[in-house]
Design a protein around this ligand. Sequence first.
Ligand code: 13P
Ligand code: SF4
Length: 302
Amino acid sequence: MSTVREEIQTLKKEKNAVILAHYYVPDEVQECADYIGDSFYLSKKAKETDADIIVFAGVAFMGESAKILNPDKKVLLPDPTADCAMAHMADVETVHRMRKAYEDLAVVCYINSTAELKTCSDVCVTSANAVKVVKALPNKRIFFIPDRHLGSYVADQVPEKEVILNDGYCPVHHLITVDQVKKAKEAHPQAEFYVHPECSREVVELADYVGSTSGIIARVKDSNAREFLIGTEMGVTYELRKQNPDKCFYPVQDCQCCADMKKVTLEKVLDCLKNESNEVLISDEIRKKADKALEKMLELAK
Ligand code: 13P
Ligand code: SF4
């Protein structure tokens, strides 16, 4: 009898499907993926692919973005309840209010957001390209939604702009505190500290490197250090360990785990591929509006 992994491989070929996986999903799901990456890399792969089916091993906004960018493909989510809490932490009414209050405002929307939020935004960003995209905008005043931490990181990197923040945050990164970082540094004095910009400004200030998941992975490879304190979701250590078997990775605290990303199991990947279930469906009206913001990101981040 064939294993779940073998069945997935057979069905993938039969159906001309591709599996895209984010660095935060469980190790065994990353193992069976065709492409593993951060949100930026995966959105480019979703747009480029000539597969008929995209299985997106990640949370809902990732599958939605793939569908928006490549509407002729069938996009399947292994678990449609796997959602990013931060994606909902802004609202369309506030965006409209801000546009009325400020002339020449650019609304910059982190890709970790609902399709609806993307429809009322000028451009999307990911953590890998936010600074570059904001710098490239002609507008001086930016309303950054939904993540206040990524927004304040961008504001610090682009001081020539006025960045208005929205009160959203990622529950996983927000939980990492300065006290915990100091304790972890004491426990691992030789370790370099690398963080994702979804952490608070105070935590980011203690870091040796700040970047997206792909940025962290690239920087660890280049570093001569042997030990690293990781300030992001610990799923990223699957790739870190694979690329650097001689280096050690420690979390800052115990619960650096995105429960929604961990809902994506191998069995669910197989199930959605077999039954072509949990298809991402987006109305044409929403898709076209949201697509403008995503396409603009791809253009400005080139
Ligand atoms: P990346 O942009 O590094 O993929 O991060 C996505 C994310 O969800 C971080 O919490
Ligand atoms: Fe969303 Fe945070 Fe999970 Fe990333 S880690 S998907 S930002 S809840």
